[in-house]
Write a protein that binds this ligand. Structure first.
Ligand code: NAP
Length: 245
């Protein structure tokens, strides 16, 4: 048999878990993994996961729900080999107006929720002796943002968390990386006024928002063979907005 006629190896389907995949960035990420042939589970509070995925209800602020979600995913697809901690919220207001609840709800969802997911996913990955963890952070975690003290702190925290996990679990071929999107057209940014959107675009070297697919492309790359030697990295998908940080 000549080299040309060798059958192409089919990509092995992996058990992928994407949080917050019923809309926005998470939905595009889940769809990209489905297109690659992976077995994809999507967790949200409200359901509505994309076609071809396992629709799992899970509020990531509730440890018991996270445990139940992993049990459901493992039963259907086996241990999670790729975790994408994407679910996140904002409660924007200026520092002096920020309530305890504005602070703690954002930290609890974006940072503690991601910690909970990574910790639970790591158990299975350690047994597999491989795994990819991708945290969806934000350019705001690196640049700061007036009115987003809670959100920026939660997103900056993901960087320290990913880098610590990268050091703890690297010897088991488990990588932990961060994708830091700039501004992406989703429900989250839909609340901004036209003036705010125009002001943001004016600061972006590429002069536009990212598409959700552009963020998904970075995530699937970090989860793929080509990124096997990449860990503890922060990959910006921000049109140049945060460069230098
Ligand atoms: N849009 C941007 O410009 C932008 C820029 C940088 C970073 N990001 C980050 O990218 C991620 C996705 O953003 P997006 O714009 O796609 O947001 P989005 O459209 O508002 O979607 C947020 C997702 O998170 C889920 N979610 C929220 N709280 C949850 C909870 N407690 N438990 C489980 N799921 C929860 C939501 O599902 P349910 O409501 O059904 O639970 C939804 O699927 C977030 O981490 C965000 O911070 C976004």
């Amino acid at each position: 048999m000549t080299e040309e006629s060798e059958p192409q190896a089919e990509p092995v389907p992996r058990s992928v878990l994407v949080t917050g995949g019923n809309r926005g960035i998470g939905r595009a990420i889940a769809e990209a993994f489905v297109a690659r042939g992976d077995q994809v589970a999507v967790t949200t509070r409200n359901g509505g996961a994309p076609d071809g995925t396992l629709d799992v209800r899970c509020d990531i602020t509730d440890a018991e729900q996270v445990e139940a979600a992993f049990a459901q995913v493992e039963e259907a697809h086996g241990p999670v080999e790729v975790l994408v901690a994407n679910a996140g919220i904002t409660h924007d207001t200026l520092l002096l107006r920020m309530s305890e609840d504005d602070w703690s709800s954002v930290i609890e969802t974006n940072l503690t929720g991601s910690y909970r997911l990574a910790k639970r996913a790591a158990k299975g990955m350690l047994r597999l002796r491989r795994g990819r963890i991708v945290f969806v952070s934000s350019v705001v975690g690196l640049l700061g943002s007036a009115g987003q003290v809670n959100y920026a702190a939660s997103k900056a925290g993901l960087v320290g968390m990913a880098r610590s996990i990268a050091r703890e679990l690297g010897s088991r071929s488990i990588t932990a990386n961060v994708v830091a999107p700039g501004f992406v057209e989703t429900d989250m940014t839909g609340v901004l006024t036209d003036e705010q959107k125009a002001a943001i675009k004016a600061q972006v070297p590429l002069q536009r928002y990212a598409t959700t697919d552009e963020v998904a492309a970075a995530v699937t790359w970090l989860a793929g063979d080509g990124a096997a030697y990449v860990t503890g990295a922060v990959i910006p998908v921000d049109g140049g907005l945060g460069m230098g940080h």
